[in-house]
Design a protein. Structure first.
Length: 191
């Protein structure tokens, strides 16, 4: 089977789930087994895209349908590269395709005075075939890094084209600023 065939099978599953529920938590729970199978697909990210950049991680759009109901994105993490604390404002699944990464989860807490702080709620090392998820508002803020000596590749499935969606990055004090993390490629690798 071709990569496009695997993507088509995943798209059928995604659309079926989206017809059944709008709960972002239920969406990620129901899509996890389908995404797990998809992660086992060989050569999802062509070899020419697997070289990490020196200065920061790379983000490649693999596929999105015309209605942008979801997107599949590949990230390449060089040793020591980090994504700052950020949110997504949409459901998503993150699978480690090659190597390993470290994910730190945060919760945004509102004080009685109306200000916010970030509370670190956990750190997980994820290896090949491990799957994490995000969904607002409670499971949406994290940072990702590759503290290891080898590159890592992660495959992400989001409920929107994450490369065009305005989101937020945070500092440790929970102050945020708007950001769009654009894909390295404008045209998806697969159609």
């Amino acid at each position: 089977m071709t990569i496009s065939t695997y993507i088509a099978k995943l798209e059928i599953a995604i659309r079926n789930v989206l017809q059944q529920t709008s709960s972002e938590k239920e969406i990620v729970e129901q899509l996890k087994p389908h995404f797990d199978l998809f992660l086992k697909t060989k050569d999802l990210l062509p070899t020419t895209y697997k070289q990490p950049k020196e200065d920061k991680y790379s983000q490649f759009l693999l596929y999105k349908p015309d209605d942008e109901a979801f997107s599949i994105v590949g990230f390449v993490w060089g040793p020591g590269q980090t994504a700052p604390i950020h949110d997504h404002l949409v459901w998503g699944l993150v699978g480690v395709y090659e190597g390993a990464i470290e994910e730190t989860r945060y919760q945004r807490i509102r004080s009685e005075k109306g200000s916010y702080t970030l509370k670190k709620v956990g750190v997980v090392t994820a290896k090949a075939q491990d799957i994490s998820y995000v969904y607002p508002p409670n499971k949406d803020i994290h940072s990702v890094r590759n503290p290891f000596g080898e590159p890592a590749i992660t495959i992400h499935l989001y409920g929107a084209d994450i490369g065009t969606k305005e989101r937020h990055i945070y500092d440790e004090s929970a102050s945020s600023k708007n950001i769009v993390t654009a894909h390295e490629n404008e045209v998806p690798l697969y159609t």
